[in-house]
Design a protein around this ligand. Structure first.
Ligand SMILES: [Ca+2]
Ligand SMILES: [Ca+2]
Length: 210
């Protein structure tokens, strides 16, 4: 019953979100300055081309973030991928993004969760097992240090945001493209979710050793 309600709600607001994103993407492409604000839009930064596998978004605060994700709940995507192509030979890639951790993520214990950023070809760049989701009470009703709340399944879920940064060295890049996989491993089907925003990719040419 709850599931059915959720689906109806999501279909109701999705067209409006797509319109906003389309407008953002167009504006960004023309100006070249604002497109990186949205992690949804195909983007060009530092000469590289970015393509996202997922185009789902969700409103959090005054932003549309990419998500929500949950690998235990078929109503949500379990992961997303970012393909970076046209990478200049011998470049180092720096990637930064905001990770939204929503609900009652657990840092250890029987309900422990995990979040990883890896390369599709192999290799984990970021492996998170501790999360900022803290509560002042054992019943996890009073969050501590959260950024705000998101309404999901008729519950206001607290969320925390972590800014993360990784560097990918030239020897980790084969050819001129790379596929990054963002993935969470959750125990909570309706209590734990994640999303990403403000994804920035910059390339730094490194002189080849000789
Ligand atoms: Ca939990
Ligand atoms: Ca958990």
């Amino acid at each position: 019953m709850n599931n059915r309600k959720m689906k109806t709600n999501r279909l109701g607001f999705m067209p409006a979100i797509f319109f906003i994103l389309a407008a953002t993407a167009c504006g960004g492409t023309v100006s070249g300055g604002t497109s990186s604000e949205s992690s949804m839009s195909p983007d060009f930064e530092g000469g590289v081309k970015l393509e996202w596998a997922s185009d789902r978004s969700f409103p959090i605060g005054n932003k549309n973030v990419q998500g929500l994700f949950n690998d235990r709940n078929p109503e949500f995507n379990p992961a997303t991928q970012l393909k970076i192509s046209k990478i200049p030979s011998g470049s180092r890639i720096d990637l930064s993004f905001d990770l939204y951790l929503i609900g009652t993520w657990d840092s250890g214990g029987k309900q422990a969760d995990r979040w990883t950023l890896g390369m599709k070809e192999g290799g984990i760049l970021l492996d998170l097992t501790t999360f900022p989701n803290r509560f002042k009470d054992p019943g996890e009703k009073v969050p501590d240090g959260n950024e705000g709340f998101v309404r999901i399944y008729r519950h206001d879920r607290a969320y925390w945001v972590e800014s993360r940064r990784v560097s990918i060295s030239p020897d980790q890049i084969r050819g001129d493209s790379l596929v990054l996989v963002f993935r969470g491993y959750l125990t909570g089907r309706k209590t734990e979710f994640w999303a990403i925003d403000n994804v920035r990719v910059t390339t730094h040419p490194i002189a080849s050793p000789r």
